[in-house]
Design a protein around this ligand. Sequence first.
Ligand code: EPZ
Length: 432
Amino acid sequence: MKQYMIKGGNPLVGDVIIAGAKNAALGLLAAATMADEMVLIDNLPDVDDINAMVDTIEESGATVSRMDRHKVAINGATTFSQTVDNAVVRKMRASYYLLGAMLGKYGHAQVALPGGCNIGSRPIDQHLKGFEALGATVDVNWGMVSVHAEKLTGAHIFFDVVSVGATINVMMAAALAEGKTVLENVAKEPHVVDVANLLNKMGANIKGAGTDVIRVQGVKKLHGTEYSVIPDQIEAGTFMVAAAATKGDVTVKNVIPKHLECISAKLREIGCEILEFDDAVRVIGKGRLKSSKIKTLPYPGFPTDMQPQIAVLLALSKGTSIVTESIFENRFKYADELLRMGASIQVEGNVAVIKGVEKLTGADVSAPDLRAGAALVIAGLTAVDYTHVDDIKYIMRGYEDFAEKLRSLGGQIAEVETEEEIERFKLKTRIG
Ligand code: EPZ
């Protein structure tokens, strides 16, 4: 099983190119299947979740051409199955986007329920509430969600919970429903806007994505187009925090600074120097940073997907910080791993109290989920001596060339599988 070996102590310095947004691309790929013509999606991140989604779409019969590692052409005309069920689907959550896409286009679909996740129960009741409001019948049996509608009719839907997935999923189905749909209490994440923009380029009529109310005027058919995924705000934020934590100087390139405003504001508040350009943000870490209070919120609030990473930074800041996780009920599983590295972090319910320490020390740690895994890598890059991170399969799901990009910034990190590779890494890095 692939693992990371890290030798801490080097400040990260230089430029890093940010890939396309994983959580936008998953919705975009599902939306692309809704036309019976070719839809070309560019700037896809080459990560496991995206490749699994493309494979799943191909298995449904759509014609898929992988032009290069970041570009795929999808033609839904040849889709022959609206049942999506395989071992990969049961592990990967976002296959549920095919429910909304296929319900809109074919009037029915069956998708394996996503497994639970390490960060919380993650129900999909709001997705199903939206489909039912549009006139679909919904059954959940044998680990499968089945949706069926003779005809989808526009409706006024008020989500009980702000949900990225439910907003995107129901918006896709509504795009081909008859009449007008109003979606309220929706998610405003950049990836919701990205999917709405693609659907509109395909001929849909969607207004208000990125605001509290999305209005959809259903259309009969969608057509082919070309589209490029927005940059990944969370990958960018991860490298920004890594720069701050290692007291480095990193410019994240190919980003939309507006999407990073909350992260940049928080880093400035705790003492980093942040310089913003048209499509880049530069982060200069300035010695020991200040403590702070963080509460994760739906966009444009502080992203839950950045919570583990900022917690590592606060674990090294001066003073006591408070981190409140208001989106998921179990997103502090990395805390025990940080304790092994000498952090002082105490979790009570959905609040973590973090007393900053001067430095962390290397240890063997496990990545409990995608973002916590990235956070532990950041901790290792700051720690004295060696940190061994196992279970990096989670990290591979969402970060393209993660170790390569960190090495290009001066980080001492390698993917290893055997004892011999571990020893070789230690020998090479001990020489310095
Ligand atoms: C998306 O998950 C992202 N995943 C998550 O990123 C991200 O953390 C999350 O949005 C919040 O920004 C993808 O886009 C593939 P939600 P999603 O529906 O859509 C509750 C990562 O690291 N809820 O916005 O599943 C839910 O339990 C991943 O890239 C319901 O109660 O998140 C949670 O408490 C982790 N009923 C809250 O809403 C529902 O029907 C927000 O969840 C749906 C959600």
